[in-house]
Ligand binder design. Structure first.
Ligand code: FAD
Length: 609
């Protein structure tokens, strides 16, 4: 089905809407960056931060939550549900079952037949981790969780179930441009941003590109999901994956350009003796920059920097620098990258075909349609983070949507993966941009789901592992990013964060920091998120204490969410091994109920929640 017929917002938007919006906004951004004003602002902000922090901390009641109170944690579950959780978590603790889960499910389907297999899944894994087949059947679960203080982030979880070989073929096809296929372009692409048969970009992928019609179908599904979120609660969230909305070639190549320009800035900063500083502190002197750009053959006065028209301080920082990238009209023109060895600006590809140019624009349009729809239905849109070779583009496009849609309230939420070595730089830069431009920063903070795939791909293909060296470093990174955002909330009430983690220490750290900073749950600035079927002992006590807490609620037909279930088991292997504590709490509660004669326990929500 063509999206032009089905989505009026798109017709209204017109073909060039996103590109035009990007230009207008990036001009606004360039105008807003005046270094001296910024320095004054920082001093004022620091003063207001310390006074606000001590005022808040002394006047707000301290929050404390006991995550061992099983009666509270499992209030919403009957005994059969507790028993099911116990069985499922126990099964997930066996490595062999997790490793061979796909094969085992295939054998079970063959032996039991489709119907009995579906029934078996509903009584076990599907029942535990998936809410239902469609947006109607999930309503009762959403309402029940809401009655116990827990909201929902709807996540339509149908994924393509392809063999590795099919996945590689589809991926090779969709990540390579026509000119590359024909061998017409000189190859300037880096290993990390290329499709490889060995260690390819396929593992753990949710969506594979078939054609534009399939992307329209995904968009339609996300639109229904947004509508269902709006219909089922007043404070809903809906999750989307950007790789579902277009040809991944664009995300791959745009990511490469962004990363190369970022590296170019670091190279120039090092030349000017400014390496080793935090990302936001690095500034480039304009005069040597102009001289260097001229030697590269890049003439012209970028944003009026060199004539001093827009810049009073004689320096620019990374955010000013980034504005260079989105200030062009033709997307393929963006794909010009500096070559640090030859000192030349060179095209990443010789050219895109007309069709490829259109495909890229359609992806931006689909995003625009979804964001519009979310705004109209008062639903917040959560853009999931994906693999590192797509993520710079995903994150940049999400920020572009935030600049448009988060002017009055946070509608669009970006996701930051703290297992990345550069997570803190990315978070601080985006917060700073939101501060300068005055829009609402919205973030979901996760540790990151693709660690094994990222590591093995980097090793096989031969580039630096983008993931922190160990779990401890990831934990420190998570808390550093979180603390920065919490401070920003105290400083400037425009920031919002979802602490999306099953880690009890991280949740406790957040509560402690909120107490220290005087941030209260009712301000609705700090949310918590866990996946459906996991860590109820964290979600429900938080919800009952009045915190905005959400379950990621996957849904879809049984047979079509099996890849999701399989991925969940794999992704959460580390977590699942640590589910010992959850099993102990479940046992404790089950035994307590049986000992007190509550054999037929029926969940009763407390009035007022
Ligand atoms: C609501 C919600 C939404 C999510 N959305 C996304 C998303 O959009 N994108 C995404 O990528 N993930 C997403 N995730 C998954 C998330 O990134 C984690 O994989 C998962 O939550 C486990 O991390 P944790 O903090 O809950 O638990 P923990 O058990 O404390 O952390 C496990 C995580 O730590 C990291 N880690 C483990 N070992 C090491 C090591 N040796 N070196 C470095 N790091 C290590 C890995 O990221 C691993 O997943 C989401 C999770 C939730 C709860």
């Amino acid at each position: 089905m063509s999206y032009v017929k089905t989505v009026p917002a798109l017709t209204r938007a017109g073909v060039d809407i996103n590109v035009r919006r990007l230009n207008t906004l990036s001009n606004r951004r360039a105008q807003s960056t005046v270094a001296s004003t910024q320095a004054d602002q920082d001093v004022t902000n620091r003063e207001s931060y310390s006074s606000r922090k001590s005022r808040n901390a002394s006047s707000s009641p301290k929050i404390s939550i006991d995550f061992d109170l099983t009666q509270e944690a499992y209030k919403s579950k009957d005994n059969l549900e507790l028993l099911r959780s116990l069985v499922v978590f126990k099964l997930c603790s066996y490595d062999l079952l997790v490793d061979k889960n796909k094969e085992l499910m295939d054998i079970s389907k063959f032996l039991l037949g489709k119907k009995a297999f579906e029934q078996f899944m509903k009584m076990t894994f599907y029942g535990q981790f998936v809410a239902g087949e469609d947006h109607k059947s999930i309503k009762s679960l959403i309402q029940k969780n809401r009655a116990f203080g827990v909201g929902s982030v709807l996540d339509y979880s149908v994924e393509e179930d392809l063999t590795q070989e099919d996945a590689v073929t589809k991926e090779m096809d969709s990540c390579v441009s026509a000119t590359e296929k024909e061998g017409m372009s000189k190859d300037h692409r880096e290993k990390q941003y290329k499709t490889h048969r060995r260690g390819g970009v396929t593992g753990d992928r949710t969506y594979f590109y078939s054609d534009e019609a399939k992307c329209d179908q995904h968009m339609e599904t996300f639109l229904k999901c947004i509508k269902a979120s709006g219909g089922s609660s007043v404070d809903g969230f809906s999750a989307i994956k950007m790789t579902a909305l277009g040809r991944p070639q664009f995300l791959l190549q745009f990511s490469e350009v962004l990363v190369k320009w970022k590296r170019f800035f670091s190279f120039l900063a090092a030349q000017q003796g400014r390496d080793g500083m935090e990302a936001l502190e690095q500034r480039l002197e304009l005069q040597p920059l102009q001289e260097f750009m001229t030697t590269l053959g890049a003439t012209g006065d970028f944003h009026g920097w060199f004539t001093g028209e827009k810049q009073g301080s004689g320096t620019i920082d990374r955010l000013d620098w980034n504005s260079l990238i989105d200030d062009r009209i033709k997307i393929s023109d963006l794909l010009v990258v500096p070559n640090l060895e030859t000192g030349q600006l060179e095209p990443l590809l010789s050219k895109f075909t007309e069709e490829e140019e259109k495909q890229m624009k359609r992806m931006l349009q689909r995003l625009d349609v979804l964001a519009n729809h979310a705004e109209e239905h008062s639903v917040r849109l959560m853009v999931d983070a994906e693999q590192t070779y797509f993520q710079p583009a995903i994150s940049t496009l999400t920020v572009e949507m935030q600049r448009i849609y988060n002017r009055v309230k946070p509608v669009i939420f970006n996701t930051y993966q703290c297992y990345l070595k550069e997570a803190y730089d990315i978070v601080t830069m985006d917060v700073e941009l939101s501060r300068r431009e005055g829009w609402f920063f919205g973030a979901k903070l996760v540790r990151g789901a693709y660690m094994y795939q990222e590591r093995s791909r980097a090793e096989e293909i031969g580039y630096e592992d983008p993931i922190n060296p160990d779990y401890e470093t990831t934990n420190m990174m998570y808390h550093k990013c979180l603390d920065y955002i919490l401070d920003e909330i105290v400083l400037n009430r425009n920031a919002n964060v979802m602490v999306a983690s099953h880690n009890e220490d991280t949740v406790k750290h957040t509560l402690r920091r909120m107490n220290e900073l005087g941030l209260t749950p009712t301000e609705n600035k700090v949310y918590f998120g866990q996946l459906l079927g996991m860590c109820d002992q964290i979600s429900f006590p938080l919800g009952q204490a009045g915190f905005p807490v959400y379950k990621y609620v996957p849904y879809g037909p049984v047979n079509e969410v099996i890849p999701y279930l399989s991925r969940r088991a794999q992704e959460n292997r580390g977590f699942m091994k640590g589910s010992q504590r959850e099993r102990e709490l479940l046992w404790k509660e089950l035994k307590r109920r049986l000992a007190s004669g509550q054999v037929f326990y029926r969940p009763q929500p407390e009035p007022g929640l």
